[in-house]
Design a protein around this ligand. Structure first.
Ligand code: NOJ
Ligand code: MG
Length: 626
């Protein structure tokens, strides 16, 4: 009854009383009671309104506004294999620009481009010869400017690869340094030979340090009559980070690309920035031997890397760059510019890239490679829970987590885990708190291509491998061209011949087919990027547990909002789970989305209790708010 109705009824009652000629005193008492009643109702009503407003305010406060990158979906574009526009069989910037709408359709809002700078391409762009220009096979500076402009119009951010641990020996920096030009003498890490006590005329390498791509880290320069250090191939000379001019120049490079409008950088090879220094006797210290009997003296595993990896001075550089980038952003009234770090190292070292505990910030996030390094098709649900919790327990307060399923240096996700795991893995990484990072092709479940030894292009395989064992080292299979459709060269290029041959898998697995299909990996991916916008996922809490050895359950929930759960059988056998035993699970739930090989349908009602999951089956369930 509304206040208005109540007043009317009071007046009517009064009139009836008057009619009945009730004693005035009695009437007054009745009126008084009515008045108290009305006042109580009005006050109660006001209290409810105020409380409701408070609750809404509370929700608004909880749903803190996020910066553009905090709930992003990051996608690595391996440019050379993404889309070729000019028919030379090599992906290029114009090709990428022609496909920008694809990211919008997929729900991807950040793309990271592998190196686009001038390079002899021995390590496909990770050997930069000119940090300020675009590699001719990829296009021109105008092409890049056009790409950035168009991407921004579509709401897609563009990150570049900052390959700053080393420069190509074809770079001007190296030439000047090798020639001892003033100002460049110490641009790289130069060292005299170690003398051979048994033979004075013999030249020995300065230390026993080994490079990532095999063999000594030291390479002799005839011109300079000294060794230079290279953590990767001998064509990638390491900058001397202890040289102030180098540090300054690297900042100039960052500034140059920021001015071009890029939204941030993925920083390459951070744990390799510093090496040990000369000891008292003027010698570089040798690394202790690892004792790994499977390693040849040529391989990096042969030694324990005490002097060539994870030296702590790197954090000063990273924190310095963060300050620089933040300052640039402020000075230019720009949006946040982000830094992401590539650092394969232990969890403590990884977390320090975020910043220290004394309020110095580093990168926005260092990549979390645990899904690559610690999980495989042999992992149980308990392994998954353990690996996720491990990362989350070390994550410093207030920092944003991230989950990487693949990249151009590792075997493809669908190959490592099996194709029936694609949707579940995409769902898990999209639904965990933080930012998921995908490698091109993960969204359609692309598998490794096959590149025979005689066509091998990867310098790592060429240096470390031979015809019999190159597959252990080669990164080519993960780099074959993207499958757009089933036309010539998978729609990647109009040329039948491409820099790495297209995998034959494109005939049955390509984007066009997946867009047309009722159910596909791509459709699941699309639904997931949409789902990430739900408050329970962007702002909510999470609960992760192994229901059995095979199946895991992830619940994302937030007061007053719908909650979502993922049940995922990561095992190789059918598995039954009992959802009723998890208190947080609000049942019955509705299937929001399921993996392509699941027999369930979107919208199916899942009653409380036991459900059977096939190997790799993943269900995303929605529980309505009560
Ligand atoms: C990491 C890159 O991802 C890889 O492709 C490259 O070979 C090394 N860094 C050296 O730059
Ligand atoms: Mg091309």
């Amino acid at each position: 009854m509304s206040v208005y109705d109540l007043l009317i009824s009071i007046i009517i009652q009064t009139m009836i009383i008057v009619q009945q000629k009730i004693h005035l005193k009695q009437m007054l008492i009745i009126l008084l009671i009515m008045l108290v009643l009305v006042i109580t109702i009005v006050i109660g009503w006001l209290i409810i309104i105020v409380m409701n407003n408070k609750e809404m305010e509370c929700d608004e406060r909880e749903l803190k506004k996020m910066d553009w990158w905090e709930n992003a979906v990051v996608y690595e574009v391996y440019l050379r294999s993404f889309k070729d526009s000019d028919g030379d069989g090599i992906g290029d910037i114009k090709g990428l620009t022609s496909k920008l709408q694809y990211f919008v359709d997929a729900g991807v809002n950040v793309i990271w481009l592998t190196p686009i700078f001038s390079s002899p391409m021995e390590d496909f762009g990770y050997d930069v010869s000119d940090f300020y220009s675009i590699h001719y096979e990829y296009g021109t500076m105008e092409d890049l400017e056009d790409l950035i402009e168009k991407a921004h119009e579509l709401g897609v951010k563009v990150l570049l690869d900052f390959v700053c641990n080393h420069a190509s020996i074809a770079s001007q920096y190296f030439r000047l340094s090798e020639g001892r030009s003033p100002g460049y003498e110490d641009y790289f890490v130069w060292a005299d030979p170690r003398s051979d006590p048994n033979n004075e005329s013999n030249r020995l390498v300065p230390s026993n340090w080994i490079s990532e791509f095999g063999g000594s880290i030291w390479e002799w320069s005839d011109k300079r009559q000294q060794y230079y250090l290279h953590q990767f191939s001998r064509t990638q000379a390491d900058f001397n980070f202890r040289n102030h001019s180098v540090r300054k120049e690297l900042q100039n490079i960052l500034k140059f690309w920021l001015e071009k409008g890029v939204d941030g950088f993925r920083i390459d090879a951070l744990p390799h920035f510093f090496e040990g220094t000369l000891e008292d006797e003027g010698k570089y210290p040798d690394e202790p031997l690892s004792g790994d009997v499977t390693a040849s003296p040529f391989e990096i595993k042969y030694t324990d890397r005490r002097y060539t990896k994870d030296l702590f001075e790197v954090y000063d550089v990273v924190y310095e760059w963060r300050e620089f980038v933040d300052q640039w952003q402020k000075d230019n009234g720009a949006e946040t510019k982000i830094l992401l770090a590539e650092a394969y190292t232990n969890i403590t070292n990884t977390m320090l890239y975020y910043g220290d505990e004394r309020n110095r910030s580093g990168v926005h996030f260092p990549f979390n490679f645990d899904f690559i390094n610690k999980l495989s098709d042999m992992s149980s649900a308990r392994d998954y829970v353990y690996v996720v919790n491990h990362w989350m327990s070390y994550l410093p307060y207030g920092r944003v987590a991230n989950w990487v399923l693949g990249n151009h240096d590792n075997s493809r996700m669908a190959t490592r885990f099996g194709t029936n795991m694609v949707d579940g893995l995409n769902a898990l990484t999209m639904m965990l708190p933080g930012v998921p990072c995908y490698y091109q092709g993960d969204e359609i479940g692309m598998e490794n291509g096959h590149i025979p030894w005689e066509d091998t292009k990867d310098i790592r395989a060429l240096r470390l491998g031979n015809e019999d064992n190159y597959e252990k080292y080669t990164r080519d299979p993960a780099r074959t061209p993207f499958h757009w459709d089933n036309s010539t060269s998978a729609g990647f290029s109009r040329n039948v011949s491409t820099w790495l041959s297209v995998s034959q898998e494109y005939r049955w697995n390509n984007l066009e087919a997946q867009v047309k299909a009722d159910k596909s990996h791509f459709k699941v991916f699309q639904a997931l990027t949409k789902l990430r916008k739900e408050p329970a996922l962007s702002h909510g809490n999470y609960h992760l547990e192994a229901m059995t050895a095979h199946s895991l359950l992830l619940i994302r929930y937030l007061d007053n909002y719908d909650s979502y759960a993922l049940v995922f059988n990561v095992g190789k056998v059918d598995d039954e789970v009992d959802l009723a035993r998890v208190k947080l699970m609000k049942m019955p739930a509705v299937v929001y989305m399921c993996s392509v090989h699941s027999e369930r349908r979107d919208g199916d009602i899942i009653p409380s209790g036991r459900i059977l999951l096939k190997p790799g089956e993943a269900l995303i369930l929605k529980s309505l708010r009560k």
